[in-house]
Design a protein around this ligand. Structure first.
Ligand code: ATP
Length: 437
């Protein structure tokens, strides 16, 4: 079959840069790849880790009211019965009778195949959970699911976390972890994949205070994207209408980002009411209520959920940072990451590989390495090294030159403005630290 012509040149450029510079590769590439699974390379893993760290710091370390957990991916199958996923975590699937392509019926605007105009089958419901078997016997009784969301690992641990942490309402539980969905139409690189990471926080509140905390978390989550350096004009809110609301939600707002392929959800903020805790109480027979000492009353708290994807946020950060510019008649590609989430914080170069410059540069590199993620590079012309670092999104390049040997100063080149300023070697650790704040 002829390869379809790409209609998204910007995404093509991002995918190709990601491969060239070692951000993201196709999974099992030497075998032809595996549908919508991706591997993070040396720069990609640093970037994604920095995004996750930024989320974790904002959602746990900087606060007193949120605890962290790391629950298992495999959970008791009853969890997914109680949560409604076994029954209802489905998408309507249609096939084209002519070219056999598959689509989500709710993604289509017409009743014909968008690829060939062929006739479509009637929609049938398709459960998105991956199934596997626990133990040696592969029968119905040994079925377990790969979790399709991290949230349930938080709900079932509500009392386990509440007791040792001695938190009182309102308080939250945060988690970062893998989730799996057998998506019918994955795609757009790491936007929609079958294996991905979520960053979720569940905030337990008094039922009559749900609206107040919902509004609070909307504001907090919006501000986090601005903190990551995302352009404000590329973000917007989308409120779920009655027909869009998930079975558990009373109110839901998505934060959307304007990708080259349109405005798309990057995070959902949901008022899940007491749906989850009441379902788990019912199914497990355990009392999931909270004892409110002030009110001298037991009740099920309401839950405000903030649910973001680490991979999707990584794509937002890449797309937002991607720039092509003309500099003195030459094209430069640069990733303008916020300095504190850049995979490499600074690079150190000797201008030439002689006259003692490499020794001085190596010493600077080793000193900086104790504090930051730094790279040493002495290969090729310095201009080429700057370009490589522009494509890696490295905010600062430090160059040791002839003058360094005379007065212990180096040049520091700033990625976006390309301006170079001279600084004392002894001041570098502090200088980079200041700029990374
Ligand atoms: P969509 O409508 O795009 O399928 P959803 O409404 O099902 O998403 P949620 O269940 O609310 O998504 O998941 C919360 C977040 O998890 C999403 O905002 C997204 O960032 C991330 N996410 C969900 N599904 C995927 C996926 N298949 N690949 C990558 N990230 C995902």
């Amino acid at each position: 079959m002829a390869k379809k012509k790409s209609v998204d040149p910007l995404m093509d450029k991002i995918v190709s840069l990601c491969k060239r510079r070692g951000f993201v590769f196709q999974s099992s590439e030497i075998y032809g790849g595996l549908g919508s699974c991706w591997d993070y390379g040396p720069l990609g893993v640093e970037l994604k880790n920095n995004i996750k760290r930024s989320w974790w710091e904002a959602m746990t370390h900087r606060r007193d009211d949120i605890e962290g957990v790391d629950a298992a991916i495999l959970m008791h199958p009853d969890v997914w019965v109680a949560s409604g996923h076994v029954e209802g975590f489905t998408d309507p699937l249609v096939d084209c009778k002519q070219c056999n392509h598959r689509f989500r019926a709710d993604d289509l605007n017409a009743d014909k195949c968008p690829d060939c105009g062929g006739e479509l089958t009637m929609p049938r419901m398709f459960n998105l959970m991956f199934k596997t078997f626990m133990g040696p016997v592969e029968d119905e009784s040994s079925v377990v699911y790969m979790r399709p969301e991290t949230a349930q690992g938080i709900y079932v641990n509500f009392h386990n976390v509440l007791q040792p942490s001695r938190q009182k309402l309102p308080f939250g539980i945060a988690q970062i972890g893998k989730a799996f969905r057998n998506e019918i139409t994955p795609g757009n690189f790491i936007f929609r994949t079958r294996e991905f990471e979520q960053m979720e926080m569940q905030y337990f509140v008094r039922p009559d205070e749900d609206q107040k905390w919902f509004d609070y978390w909307k504001e907090q989550r919006w501000d986090w994207y601005l903190e990551l350096g995302i352009k404000k004009e590329k973000l917007r809110w989308h409120e779920h209408g009655i027909d869009e609301l998930a079975h558990y939600a009373k109110t839901a707002f998505d934060i959307e980002y304007e990708f080259s392929f349109g405005w798309k959800e990057i995070e959902g903020i949901h008022n899940r009411t007491d749906f989850d805790l009441s379902k788990h109480a019912e199914k497990s027979g355990k009392d999931m209520r909270y004892f409110d000492q002030e009110k001298n009353e037991k009740y099920l708290p309401y839950i405000i959920e903030t649910s973001a994807g680490a991979d999707r946020t990584t794509l937002v950060v890449l797309a937002d940072a991607f720039h092509e510019e003309e500099v003195r008649g030459e094209q430069r590609t640069v990733l303008k990451f916020a300095p504190n989430i850049a995979p490499i914080n600074a690079a150190v170069f000797p201008l030439v590989k002689k006259e003692g410059m490499p020794e001085v540069a190596e010493k600077i590199y080793h000193d900086l390495k104790k504090h930051y993620k730094v790279l040493y590079d002495d290969g090729g012309a310095v201009g080429r090294r700057y370009r490589r670092m522009d494509e890696a999104g490295t905010p600062y390049c430090i160059t040791v030159d002839g003058q360094t040997l005379e007065d212990d100063t180096v040049t520091v080149r700033e990625r976006d403005s390309m301006e170079q300023t001279r600084h004392k070697i002894a001041e570098l650790v502090e200088l980079i630290g200041e700029r990374l704040k």
